[in-house]
Design a binder for this molecule. Structure first.
Ligand SMILES: N[C@H](CCC[C@H](N)C(=O)O)C(=O)O
Length: 280
């Protein structure tokens, strides 16, 4: 199916990181970069940070495939908040409390924690420069780049690239100015998500994020995972902490097997149908 007309969508968010969710398992509708941009436009489209597409499972290891598109039309392999939303939808529809979602970043195992709380094993933190990826061999614990108040981040991939900068006061960081420049730094051949993090205690971190391909968002699940791993690697926190974002807190734990467990809420705010004029 190529016609966007009448295609149902759900409007969801995780701590204000908002999504248009398309379940195309029956229609076969194919999203493109242009269509994603049109849907995500907050004036002429539905408006969202990412467009999330539920597709038929591609193996017997998962219940569904999920593809993810930023507001600028770029595709990303990982999105923690969207993963919780899709997992909740699938569990609600099937009356089950566990589901496996497959993405370009691998298999994601999700479980209901009751109500609208969902826990997701976001897979292993990738710490090698090649996995981020970076343009050259660099110790990911100290990338050695910087701009203004943001200096010397930790590089972590959760299937998507993150640069975590630790600062004394997150509120003083002009992320709208520094974020886009650092997102496009030459060391990141695929760009990067930019996090400014302030450690509040051994199990609490305040973080704000400039997302690759989207800009400042209220929350970023993979960014929260990357921030906890970065803090633990630097010895600033333990391996479990609440990461407090603009939209609320996620509980993140870096497990002994290097997988990262993310727990947080989901919200379903509306449903509707797309109109073909969206693409005009
Ligand atoms: N909001 C998402 C992250 C999107 C990452 C995307 N901006 C990228 O290009 O990697 C989350 O909850 O993890």
């Amino acid at each position: 199916m190529t016609d966007i007309n009448g295609l149902p969508f759900l409007k969801m968010h995780g701590l204000g990181n908002d999504f248009v969710v398309l379940d195309v398992r029956d229609s076969g509708f194919a999203l493109t970069s242009d269509r994603a941009r049109a849907i995500a436009d907050r004036r002429t489209g539905i408006g969202c940070d990412q467009v999330v597409v539920i597709e038929p499972a591609r193996s017997n290891l998962s219940d569904a495939w999920m593809s993810l598109w930023n507001a600028d039309g770029s595709e990303t392999a990982a999105c923690g908040n969207a993963t919780r939303c899709v997992a909740w939808l699938l569990m609600q529809a099937a009356g089950i409390d566990r589901v496996v979602i497959e993405t370009k970043a691998g298999l994601l195992d999700a479980e209901s924690r009751g109500g609208r709380m969902v826990a997701v094993d976001m897979g292993p933190a990738r710490l090698d420069w090649r996995e981020l990826p970076l343009a050259k061999a660099v110790d990911t614990l100290n990338l050695g780049i910087g701009l203004g108040a943001l200096q010397n981040p930790v590089g972590v991939s959760m299937g998507n690239p993150h640069a975590v900068f630790f600062v004394d006061d997150v509120a003083a960081i002009d992320l709208a100015v520094l974020g886009p420049v650092l997102e496009h730094h030459d060391i990141f051949p695929e760009r990067a998500n930019i996090e400014a993090a302030q450690v509040l205690g051994p199990d609490r971190i305040r973080m704000r994020v400039w997302e690759r391909g989207t800009g400042i968002t209220s929350a970023c699940g993979t960014g929260a995972c990357a921030t906890l791993v970065a803090a633990a690697r630097r010895g600033l926190t333990g391996r479990k902490a609440d990461v407090v974002l603009d939209g609320g807190a996620l509980t993140i734990e870096w497990l002994p097997d290097d997988h990262v467990l993310m727990t947080g809420p989901v919200a379903l705010v509306a449903e509707g149908r797309l109109d073909s004029s969206l693409l005009s």
